[in-house]
Ligand binder design. Structure first.
Ligand code: ATP
Ligand code: MG
Length: 524
């Protein structure tokens, strides 16, 4: 039998694994039986990336949510009737904890009556067999796979199967979910499910989806990696009509969205965590009249600020483009200072919308893929090894170093280290004697020696009085990866190997001047 705990440990990101362990520990302390369910288990079995963590507890999950909240986890949605809570961890991991429950439906689209139930009953009330699996995280049965509807077999045959004949009648939202999951996973509805799906559409059950559920589903579609495919599939079944009849007729701006997707993928590959829902919504409603766009987005439950953000994207992008275009002779340092005040999402949006503006594109490209990664690799560790204590001076040195790096002042690593020593106020190290010795050696033996240590490894820079013992390794290229300094680091969110800047909400840039933006970026 596969070791599912081992699989989880190897497939979850370090942040997700930490979240899982935290939830597990808190549940154990509250004596709650805990299970990982839904998408995470499905994705574990299919080998797809695990997006979020859905937990079920036998008992009251709100106690668990409260406890997690007291440990710094953000609670952003709680439904006391269904006893569910959605939580967000600071490092971007989203998770939900729900009460193990049974649901009783009276009529299509009407809220179900819920009652506490065992985990097996809970799994049997779900949408598709592949989503109805759980892994126990409870001591005694930890690692046990619960698969009461044989979801594993359907994963193997790549099929979506509802759990009973009334599935779409009870909850017509599942019609949209089926289309979304089949595009995402490349799974097909098995014949009986397809029959039930067609029959439900024929009987117009899709028009019974409650508005709040519809809004959440549209946001889910917008959050899909390939939202173009999901939207096209929905349009093929005339399901965009449910969102708005004119949307079905005019269709979303697929071309614009495809371009956006391309740049989002590039940014994601470079380690950026983006929240692109707002951007995608812009392309979904783009072809509708402005008044209708506003109406539809508020109908879908967008809050005022979100609405403003989506509807103001074009205007904001124009401002940035104007700002970047105006300053023709901007050097890397200015580009960094100006663009550091922009949300990464906005920059990706500009890349997609202004592909003809080559100069603007180049500045954004350099910022996202060159300068920001540079900032993530500042020589924090090296500076610590030089004996500089984390604090304001430490940060200042790194800031100056970064500016010099942006100005292109270094060509080699020794140059970098020399400059760092200079900034740190340490005496210069001379490499001349080493060179001479090397030349002598060459004369002695013309053949290149088999793997001689480099000049630097042979003769480490003279250690200052306070130098830590490991400082001897400074000159080698295998300097350990710099950890974030304990004081507020100038580098933003450190990624794994790549930068993972926190997704900032799109902000409207100061209209006045780059100078103002510059100040703003310094303040942050
Ligand atoms: P994702 O990877 O997008 O998070 P997911 O399958 O986890 O996919 P969620 O929306 O997070 O989807 O829902 C978690 C689980 O809750 C699902 O896997 C499914 O078991 C159950 N679920 C969600 N919505 C419904 C629904 N409308 N009817 C029945 N079960 C549902
Ligand atoms: Mg999920």
């Amino acid at each position: 039998m596969p070791d599912y705990i081992f699989m989880l440990e190897s497939r979850l990101s370090p942040e997700q694994l930490q979240a899982l362990n935290q939830v597990q520990q808190e549940a154990q302390e509250l004596s709650l039986n805990l299970y990982l369910v839904g998408g995470a288990v499905r994705d574990l079995m299919t080998g797809s990336p695990i997006r979020d963590l859905d937990f079920v507890v036998e008992g009251n999950p709100l106690r668990l949510a409260k406890r997690l909240e007291s440990r710094g986890v953000r609670r952003f949605a709680v439904d006391p009737d269904h006893r569910t809570a959605e939580l967000l961890l600071t490092d971007g991991v989203s998770l939900s904890v729900e009460m193990s429950r049974n649901e009783f439906y009276q009529s299509p689209g009407k809220p179900a009556q819920v009652s506490p139930a065992s985990i097996l009953e809970d799994l049997r009330r779900r949408d598709f067999t592949v989503n109805a699996m759980g892994i126990s995280l409870t001591p005694g049965s930890r690692g046990l796979l619960l698969d009461p509807t044989n979801g594993l077999a359907d994963i193997e045959s790549r099929e979506l199967r509802v759990l009973h004949n009334y599935s779409f009648v009870h909850d017509p939202l599942r019609l949209l979910r089926l289309v979304r999951f089949s595009t995402r996973l490349g799974f097909h509805p098995e014949p009986r499910t397809k029959e039930l799906f067609d029959a439900a559409l024929e009987r117009d059950f899709q028009y019974h989806i409650p508005l709040d559920a519809l809004g959440r589903e549209v946001a889910q579609v917008a959050g899909e990696e390939n939202s173009v495919a999901a939207l096209k599939a929905l349009a093929d079944y005339e399901l965009l009509e449910v969102v708005h009849p004119l949307l079905q007729k005019r269709k979303p701006d697929y071309d614009g969205l495809a371009k956006l997707q391309k740049y989002c993928q590039q940014a994601a590959a470079a380690g950026y965590r983006l929240d692109t829902v707002g951007l995608v919504l812009h392309y979904i409603v783009q072809r509708l009249k402005p008044r209708l766009q506003k109406q539809l987005l508020s109908k879908l439950g967008l809050r005022k600020a979100e609405l403003k953000q989506v509807l103001g994207l074009d205007k904001e992008a124009r401002r940035w483009v104007k700002l970047l275009g105006r300053r023709r002779s901007m050097g890397p340092r200015q580009v960094y200072q100006v663009l550091d005040a922009a949300a990464v999402e906005m920059l990706v949006f500009i890349l997609a919308e202004y592909s003809d503006k080559k100069k603007v594109q180049a500045k954004i490209y350099n910022f996202l893929f060159k300068y920001r990664p540079m900032r993530q690799r500042l020589p924090v560790r090296e500076l610590q090894l030089m004996g500089i204590q984390p604090g304001p001076k430490f940060d200042q040195i790194l800031e100056k170093y970064f500016e010099a790096q942006l100005d292109g002042r270094f060509r080699s690593r020794p140059q970098q280290l020399r400059y760092l020593r200079m900034l740190a106020g340490l005496p210069k190290t001379s490499t001349k004697p080493v060179k001479k010795e090397k030349e002598k050696e060459k004369e002695k033996d013309k053949k290149p020696a088999a793997g001689p240590a480099s000049a630097e490894t042979k003769q480490p820079p003279a250690a200052p009085a306070k130098l830590a013992p490991e400082a001897a390794s400074l000159g080698t290229k295998q300097a350990p990866k710099p950890p974030a300094p304990p004081s507020a680091p100038p580098a933003k969110a450190p990624g794994k190997n790549v930068p993972a800047p926190p997704a900032k909400p799109a902000r409207v840039p100061s209209r006045r001047s780059a100078k103002k933006l510059k100040k703003k970026s310094h303040r942050r």
